[in-house]
Design a protein around this ligand. Structure first.
Ligand SMILES: [Zn+2]
Ligand SMILES: [Zn+2]
Length: 60
């Protein structure tokens, strides 16, 4: 059967396929949802620990 209606989200770190609603990779626990800085709303890289725009620490 072809799961036509079931999209998957591949992990940016390990490439594992995860359900689109998954927030973290089932294989390596990398966050799958785009994050933004709480201070300036700049989009953050999935593995960023500090905001590239304002330097605020990223809260996991
Ligand atoms: Zn992964
Ligand atoms: Zn920021």
């Amino acid at each position: 059967m072809t799961p036509a209606t079931r999209a998957e989200r591949s992990c940016p770190k390990c490439g594992a396929a995860n359900a689109t609603e998954a927030r973290f990779c089932s294989q390596c626990a990398t966050s799958l949802v785009p994050r933004s800085c709480a201070s300036c709303s700049q989009a953050l890289a999935h593995d960023a620990k500090f905001c590239g725009q304002c330097g605020a620490p990223v809260v996991a």
